[in-house]
Ligand binder design. Structure first.
Ligand code: ATR
Length: 285
């Protein structure tokens, strides 16, 4: 082999600004170790002003990376700069996973996969209802809307403090997606089988509004994409009211799977030890 980097396997990155809090190196490091694969995965901080140069260094191979993950604030730029964004990221206008293939930078967005794979693993049958309610219309909400629509939900109700943002998403994702103001929450929850919180309400232990989940169907699942704390105030309330709940940590773990497979050639599994490793890290910080 003429390239010494190849001797040690592919190198992959997570880039963001800042990036030091990212748990992706722990996740990919765990898989590299347990699968005994050669390669490395590191946090690589890039300031917004330097991001274009970084992508160029990926393309001309001078960075030495086979690809990587992209997090805030670079997801939109990553999409714009990729040579071959896939359909999912084109619709979202944002990419979180990049890989080099035949000299071109390919990109996708795996957040929606992370969301559905987490529910598939922890709550089989979660998708057997027609209607879902999504609280929030920020960046994180988009991938969830896309994933639910593609899974076959017929009515996706997006409820947001700023109705204009919800309306923008309804326009973007098609006729199954409906926008509502906060005041309509109880009404749109009637008969829905899934409730997803994508807002920062209750994050890091902050106050969350009281929600009466009883309009949902009795078998409904309530999930939160926030995973700090693991059991958010909204999940706690839903559980106390007798609903099945799924925390958001699994979304983080499952969204990492497709990228790892692209860079290192083997599809990894999200297991309990990985979950415990990340929870232990969350308890340290
Ligand atoms: P992200 O990209 O992580 O989704 P974001 O784009 O800042 O973050 O979106 C945050 C979401 O939380 C939005 O839906 C926001 O509502 P607005 O669009 O009205 O801003 C919602 N959110 C944040 N704080 C909120 C609060 N105190 N009450 C209601 N909604 C809130």
């Amino acid at each position: 082999m003429d390239d010494s980097r190849e001797t040690f396997g592919p190198n992959a990155f997570v880039t963001g600004f800042p990036v030091k809090h990212s748990r992706s190196p722990l996740i990919h490091g765990y898989w590299l170790k347990t699968l005994a694969l050669p390669g490395s995965y590191c946090a690589h901080e890039v300031a917004p002003a330097d991001f274009e140069t970084f992508i160029a260094s990926l393309k001309d191979r001078s960075s030495g990376f086979a690809g990587g993950n992209v997090t805030i604030p670079h997801k939109e730029m990553a999409y714009e700069l990729a040579d071959r964004p896939d359909e999912l990221s084109q619709e979202l206008g944002a990419s979180n996973t990049l890989w080099l293939q035949e000299g071109k930078v390919h990109s996708t967005n795996t957040d929606g996969h992370g969301f559905t794979a987490n529910l598939d693993a922890r709550c089989p049958g979660w998708d057997s209802h027609d209607a879902a309610v999504i609280l929030g219309a920020g960046g994180a909400s988009r991938a969830v809307i896309q994933a639910l629509r593609d899974r076959g939900f017929r009515e996706i109700h997006v409820v947001n403090r700023t109705i204009a943002r919800a309306q923008e998403l309804a326009d973007r994702f098609g006729e199954k997606v409906h926008a509502h103001p906060m005041g309509a929450l109880a009404e749109v929850m009637k008969g829905a089988g899934l409730f997803v919180n994508t807002t920062s309400l209750g994050m890091d232990g902050s106050e969350a509004p009281a929600i009466d989940f009883s309009p949902l169907t009795a078998e409904a699942v309530v999930t939160d994409i926030v995973y700090v704390p693991l059991k958010t105030p909204l999940l706690k309330q839903a559980e106390e009211q007798g609903f099945r709940i799924v925390d958001g940590l699994g979304m983080l773990l499952h969204q990492a799977v497709p990228g790892f497979e692209k860079w290192f050639g083997k599809r990894p599994v999200v297991d309990d030890d990985l979950r415990k490793l990340i929870i232990a890290d969350m308890e340290k910080h």
